[in-house]
Design a protein around this ligand. Structure first.
Ligand code: F6P
Length: 344
């Protein structure tokens, strides 16, 4: 059998670990492997699909990015897009596909399965917002980046008695902000799941000063809502093929920092971590779980399964239908967010 591998959507540290795992297990079981270039874009027209040999996946475990390239191309938006993807894959002799991605990539994967093409996904997104799974490739590394940044910002914030606003990624959910904020000892964490008002933020900062805490670190997710600032935030930026606006263009970190300085008179600086959170070498957790799920995906394919995805649940590998991870975004629960108020 020839097994195809594809990485789609925003890149994330650990994608190469997953590619290596899929390929190595496939070779071990006596199968051939093809790499689809640039996400779903590589499955349209003639296709950008090349044979992967063992040497191609050697030494890639610690590498960030994806050796296959990625894109946010959405074939479901194109005329006969899904049928064309299937045709291209078949034309290149691919019998089954392992797409590695988040809700967008996996929604196309589910359509391929419905169209009768054997497809087994692997969960990836630094946003950590896929339903059902306790692990998404890239999240752990992103949290590590935020944590290290907060450690560094603490020393300079403390030296200058400043407020530091740190904007992090997280489109519809605040997992990176929350976990990075907890690990890095943030004084206030603002996420899309739970709105805060500007007066809430200001009161919080005054209270800390009143307690003799001369600096504060605020972590804000790029998609968070602060009603008083909505008018000032960047307008509707252009949308990608999956209908997402570029949230970094809203500039919530910058706008919040200006508002804080204006309202409190406290000297305030902003740091936007941006794509640093997606770059560089994956953490051990991302490597280990990308490896486990990549191997599991191949075993499912070889077993004749399709329309499913291996996930982490209760600390082990479980298999669920693809539709289960993409039906809704997994949001931060209130009881977890409330933990942050112990450390204000
Ligand atoms: O979906 C993952 C993500 O990292 C979001 O957190 C962020 O809004 C988006 O990708 C940024 O994407 P791009 O690579 O298009 O700037």
């Amino acid at each position: 059998m020839r097994i195809g591998i594809l990485t789609g959507g925003g890149d994330a540290p650990g994608l190469n670990a997953a590619i290596r795992a899929v390929a190595r297990r496939a070779f071990q079981l006596g199968h051939r492997v093809s790499g689809v270039k640039n996400g779903w874009a590589g499955c349209l027209e003639e296709g950008l699909i090349d044979e992967l040999m063992p040497a191609d996946v050697r030494g890639i475990l610690p590498l960030g990015g994806t050796i296959l390239g990625t894109s946010r191309t959405n074939p479901a938006k194109e005329r006969d897009g899904i049928a064309r993807v299937v045709k291209t894959l078949k034309h290149h002799g691919v019998d089954a596909l392992v797409p590695i991605g988040g809700d967008d990539t996996l929604s196309v994967a589910a359509r391929l399965h419905e169209a009768g093409f054997p497809t087994v996904g692997v969960p990836k997104t630094i946003d950590n917002d896929l339903a059902a799974t306790e692990f998404c490739i890239g999240f752990d590394t992103a949290v590590g980046v935020v944590t290290e940044a907060l450690d560094r910002l603490h020393t300079t914030a403390s030296a200058h008695h400043r407020v530091m606003v740190v904007e992090v990624m997280g489109r519809d959910t605040g997992w990176v902000a929350l976990m990075g904020g907890i690990a890095g000892g943030a004084d206030l964490i603002i996420i899309p799941e739970f709105d805060l008002t500007l007066p809430d933020v200001v009161a919080h900062l005054y209270r800390r000063r009143g307690e003799g805490k001369l600096f504060s670190i605020i972590v804000v997710a790029e998609g968070a809502k602060i009603p008083e600032l909505e008018r000032e935030l960047g307008g509707e930026a252009e949308k990608d093929a999956f209908g997402h606006t570029r949230l970094a263009k809203r500039g919530i970190g910058d706008i919040l920092a200006s508002a804080v300085e204006r309202e409190t008179g406290f000297e305030t600086r902003v740091t936007v971590l941006g794509h640093l959170q997606r770059g560089g070498s994956p953490s051990p957790v991302d490597r280990i779980w990308a490896t486990r799920l990549g191997v599991a995906a191949v075993e499912l394919i070889v077993d004749g399964k399709s329309g499913v995805i291996p996930i982490r649940r209760n600390g082990g590998v479980e298999v669920v239908p693809l539709t289960e991870v993409i039906t809704e975004s997994r949001r931060v629960p209130k009881e977890l967010y409330d933990l942050t108020y112990v450390f204000v």
